[in-house]
Design a protein around this ligand. Structure first.
Ligand code: UT7
Length: 333
């Protein structure tokens, strides 16, 4: 069995930065409320002047990841694309990136596990490399969420949180100390509608859309915020401990925890509960909001860029979100 490691990371954020004050001009909200409840100061939203799809943002992040990996794009032998905001109902975004990159007819897999999507994708990449099936896998998390948000006061609980952006990583066979120790994936489908967008899907609104009789509420995300918050803080803690225990590490051994950037208050709660120091946790939700499946690779890429994570560091990634799904990955960078 082979080990796998992350050899290159990249990210792409749309230029258009939207501040809390900008939002308070279009809905009944305030900088004070948003900062106090979420820690967010601004988010990036694709605008009409610089239109971008999630596959295009994923492609841009991939170019940076491949460059940082120091490999030729033709050495990539599989693509994994995590998103809940794909360009099309079908096909998935993976094939679109295969085409944009102009690489050979390698396989492309799509993952729909929302905030946990990157960890699910990383887990599959790790297993593919461990078995020897592939050597260099491009893993992408990218989301274009702003067009579907309800930007009126009705949708303010969700629209102030979410942002657009993409992150990518090249996962390769390791011949040194860098490796992914383990990944841990969980789900609880009984809570599937507590954080969901029902349509358009085959049974929710697709037919009605054609006759203009669809209920628009089907096409905006819904979140039972307090319930999600309460579950998130329990599951984050559990799944981080699961990864540490499995590999016989302690919380003191962790150089950097990158929690999915759901809400700064959630990250701070987990940090306190686990007894982590400020320098052991990386957050950037303040600048980008919650970018769902893109948040972990964007944060990881920035943490490396800012030298908050160096080669040899023990890094823990953890996520919780729609499904509910949650997961963690423990790795030596
Ligand atoms: O990434 C996937 C996982 N997602 C998460 O983990 C997010 C989990 N949930 C949360 O982060 C929080 O529940 C939110 C940030 C979404 C909401 O914070 P909250 O403290 O749970 O607020 P709430 O929904 O209970 O609303 C409290 C009050 C309400 O007013 P009343 O009924 O007390 O008068 C809301 O109408 O705040 C009001 N409110 C707002 N006020 C100003 C809700 N959204 C806003 C807003 N601006 N944007």
């Amino acid at each position: 069995m082979y080990n796998s490691q992350i050899i290159g990371l990249g990210h792409y954020l749309p230029q258009n930065s939207v501040s809390n004050d900008d939002l308070s001009k279009i809905m009944d909200t305030s900088d004070e409320w948003i900062q106090e409840r979420t820690g967010i100061l601004s988010r990036r939203w694709v605008d009409s002047e610089n239109k971008m799809s999630s596959s295009e943002m994923g492609y841009k992040a991939s170019l940076m990841a491949i460059k940082n990996a120091g490999i030729d794009k033709n050495e990539i032998d599989h693509i994994l694309f995590a998103t809940i905001s794909p360009d099309y109902y079908f096909p998935g975004n993976g094939v679109l990136v295969q085409d944009l990159l102009g690489v050979g007819t390698i396989g492309a897999t799509d993952i729909r596990n929302a905030c946990s999507g990157f960890i699910y994708a990383l887990s599959i990449a790790n297993a593919y490399i461990q078995t020897g099936l592939y050597k260099n896998i491009l893993v992408i998390g990218s989301e274009l969420q702003s067009p579907v948000l309800d930007k009126t006061t009705n949708g303010r609980d969700l629209s102030v949180i979410f942002g657009d952006g993409a992150g990518a990583a090249v996962i390769s066979r390791s011949d040194n100390q860098s490796k992914i120790y383990s990944t841990h994936l969980h789900s609880e489908g009984k809570n599937s509608l507590e954080l969901s967008m029902k349509g358009p899907s085959v049974i929710h609104g697709m037919t009605e859309l054609k006759t203009n009789t669809a209920n628009p509420q089907l096409f905006s995300p819904y979140m039972n915020g307090q319930m999600v918050f309460k579950n998130a803080i329990v599951r984050f803690e559990e799944v981080i401990k699961e990864a540490l225990n499995k590999n016989e590490f302690t919380i003191e051994d962790v150089n950097c925890l990158i929690p999915h950037q759901a809400n700064l208050r959630i990250s701070q709660f987990i940090q306190k509960k686990l007894g982590l120091k400020n320098e052991q946790v990386f957050n950037n939700i303040q600048k980008y909001g919650n970018t769902t499946g893109a948040s972990i690779p964007i944060a990881f890429s920035e943490a490396v860029e800012q030298k908050r994570i160096k080669r040899g560091d023990l890094v823990c990634l953890a996520a919780f979100g729609s499904g509910f799904t949650w997961g963690s990955a423990l790795l030596r960078y």
